[in-house]
Write a protein that binds this ligand. Structure first.
Ligand SMILES: NC(=O)CC[C@H](N)C(=O)O
Length: 358
C-alpha cells in the first residue's frame, strides 16, 4: 500500500496508506459517526465533492453488496448508480470481509469506481480538528508523487446540477397517486418509500418546471452542496405554491429549498450533522426521534415567513430539523426519514405525505 498524506486547509497533516483507487484528490473533509452503512453513504449523491471520514474505526469488514437492479430500474442495495463521495478516510480498513450479501471488498469496489480510500488515519483526532475549526477543504497526496497536488472547490459549486437526472424518469406508472419528485440528487430509498405506498413517481431534473404537469403531490429530494446554488428550483416551488395547495414534502436539501421558498435564509453549520443518532424533537410535543442525517447547511428558522413554523428541532444544538406551513399540507424534514442507512423511526413522514394526497 502506498503512503499518502491528508493535508487540511489549515496545514494539519495526517499520514496513512492508500487502499482504494490510486489518485490524488481534493474536497471538503467531513465526518460521519455512523457505525455502519458505507455502501449506502458512499452512493448517497449528497456526498458529492466531499472526502468522507468515518469515525467508527473498523471499516470494510462486511464487504460490499452486488450492484443489481430491480425491475423498476432502482438499485437493490445501493442508494444510486455509483459512488458520489470523492474519497473515504478510515482508521482501520479490513480487506477481509464476511456477510451473506457481500460480493467484493471495499477496496475492489473503490478501485473499480476510481475513488480513493485511505486507512491508518487517526480519524478521532481528525474529527476533533474538524469540530474545533469547522469543516475544511483537504487534499490526499501520494508521498511518492509530491508534485501531483489536486485542487477542488466546494463553496460556490452547483453540485445539484452535476448529479440531478437530465431527463424525466417514471417509476410505478399507473399507480393511484402521482408524485413529482424534484431530483436534487435523490437517494433510491426515497423513491422506494413512495413506490411502497402506492405512488407513481415522476422524477424530474432539479430545475424542471413541473407546474403545468398532472400530479397529486410534490416531493423535494436531498442533494449535495449549497442550497443557495438552487435558486431556479426555489422559484418553481414558489410558482407551484402560488398556483395550488397540493401537498409538498421535502427531505434535507428539500427542507432547505422549501424553507427558501418560504422566505428563510440558509447558513452553514460548523461541522454538519452526519450520523445515525441525531436526536430531534417534534415542536410543541415531547416526542423525540433518533434520526439518520447528512447535511452541512441548516435553515435559519427565525427567518421563515409568517405562515410557517418549525416542525422539528435538533436536541444537540437547537438547529432547525424541519418546517411546516401553518394551514397548508406543506412540510419537510432536515433529517432522512428514508434512512438507508440508519433508524427507520421517522418513515411516518411518507405516510403523512400520502395521507395528505388522499
Ligand atoms: N443530504 C442533503 O440533502 C444535504 C443538503 C445540503 N447539501 C447540506 O449539506 O446541507
Amino acid at each position: 500500500m502506498r503512503n499518502v498524506t491528508l493535508v487540511l486547509e489549515d496545514g494539519t497533516k495526517f499520514h496513512g496508506k492508500s487502499f482504494g483507487y490510486e489518485a490524488p484528490v481534493a474536497g471538503e473533509v467531513v465526518f460521519n459517526t455512523a457505525m455502519m452503512g458505507y455502501p449506502e453513504s458512499l452512493t448517497d449523491p449528497s456526498y458529492a465533492g466531499q472526502l468522507m471520514t468515518l469515525t467508527y474505526p473498523l471499516v470494510g469488514n462486511y464487504g460490499v453488496p452486488p450492484f443489481t437492479t430491480e425491475e423498476n430500474g432502482l438499485p437493490t442495495f445501493m442508494e444510486s448508480d455509483k459512488i458520489y463521495a470523492s474519497a473515504i478516510i478510515v482508521a482501520d480498513y479490513s480487506e477481509q470481509y464476511c456477510h451473506w450479501n457481500a460480493v467484493e471488498s471495499l477496496a475492489e469496489w473503490l478501485k473499480r469506481e476510481h475513488v480513493p480510500g485511505i486507512t491508518g488515519i487517526d480519524t478521532r483526532e481528525l474529527t476533533k480538528v474538524l469540530r474545533e475549526h469547522g469543516v475544511m477543504m483537504g487534499k490526499i497526496i501520494f508521498d511518492d508523487e509530491p508534485e501531483n497536488v489536486p485542487t477542488a472547490e466546494y463553496a460556490g459549486v452547483n453540485f445539484v446540477d452535476k448529479v440531478s437526472c437530465k431527463e424525466i424518469i417514471r417509476y410505478n406508472e399507473g399507480a393511484k397517486k402521482k408524485v413529482v419528485l424534484v431530483d436534487c440528487g435523490v437517494k433510491a430509498n426515497i423513491i422506494r418509500c413512495l413506490i411502497n405506498r402506492g405512488c407513481e413517481v415522476i422524477r424530474v431534473p432539479w430545475n424542471y418546471d413541473y407546474t403545468d404537469m398532472e400530479f397529486d403531490g410534490l416531493f423535494l429530494a436531498n442533494g449535495p452542496g449549497d442550497p443557495d446554488m438552487c435558486e431556479a428550483a426555489v422559484k418553481i416551488i414558489q410558482k407551484q405554491m402560488s398556483l395550488s395547495d397540493k401537498p409538498i414534502c421535502g427531505i434535507c436539501m428539500g427542507n432547505q429549498l422549501l424553507a427558501k421558498a418560504a422566505g428563510a435564509h440558509i447558513y452553514k453549520l460548523k461541522y454538519g450533522h452526519r450520523s445515525h443518532n441525531q436526536p430531534v424533537r417534534m415542536v410543541g410535543t415531547e416526542k423525540c426521534f433518533v434520526t439518520s442525517q447528512n447535511h452541512g447547511y441548516a435553515v435559519d428558522a427565525k427567518t421563515l415567513g409568517a405562515d410557517w413554523e418549525e416542525l422539528f428541532v435538533n436536541m444537540n444544538d437547537g438547529s432547525n430539523e424541519g418546517i411546516r406551513h401553518k394551514s397548508k399540507p406543506w412540510f419537510s424534514s432536515q433529517f432522512h426519514p428514508e434512512a438507508c442507512s440508519g433508524p427507520v423511526d421517522t418513515e411516518f413522514m411518507f405516510d403523512k405525505f400520502v395521507e395528505a394526497m388522499n
